[in-house]
Design a protein around this ligand. Structure first.
Ligand code: NI
Length: 161
């Protein structure tokens, strides 16, 4: 496993549409492992999309710290969205920025795992938020495009305003 460099906002790759994964091979497994390592290393990282490490493929990894643990989504499709919730989001590619985004309260998503097998799951609360956020990355959308209310980052002790 190896850390990968995070692409930050301003790099045009983040605005591109990712392509489907066709090969479920060793290279994909390595990418998934590297993405997880990079996500866990960065503070508060609960999700990461492949485009954030410069790979334009429809892949993301999430771990919101619940009983599901780490989940890998390849070629995902969110096919049902219900309700709304407002949640404070951030993004590894938008350092220092946070803001409230409206997301579905409950979703259903299907995707392939690293072996190419399809699975189907329901997600609510933070997990639904995280999946929707990462899913947007696959189409070049960032949370800052959808923010309804910006939260100023609090200044640390000693910092000048
Ligand atoms: Ni993000």
């Amino acid at each position: 496993m190896a850390m990968r460099e995070i692409v930050v906002d301003g790099d045009p790759i983040l605005r591109k549409k990712s392509r489907p994964v066709e090969k479920f091979d060793e290279k994909l497994a390595t990418l998934l492992d590297d993405m997880a390592e990079t996500m866990y290393f960065e503070n508060r990282g609960i999700g990461i999309a492949a485009v954030q490490v410069g790979i334009l493929r429809r892949i993301f990894v999430v771990d919101v710290g619940d009983e599901n643990g780490k989940i890998e989504f390849i070629n995902p499709e969110i096919y049902e969205r219900n309700g709304t919730q407002l949640f404070m989001e951030g993004c590894l590619s938008c350092p220092g920025k946070n803001g409230y985004v409206e997301r579905p309260e409950r979703i259903r998503v299907r995707a392939q795992n690293r072996n190419g097998e399809w699975f189907d799951m329901e997600a609510t609360d933070l997990l639904a938020v995280c999946i929707c956020h990462e899913y947007d990355h696959l189409d070049g959308i960032l949370f800052i495009d959808k923010v309804v209310e910006v939260e100023e980052e609090e200044l640390e002790d000693g910092e000048e305003e």
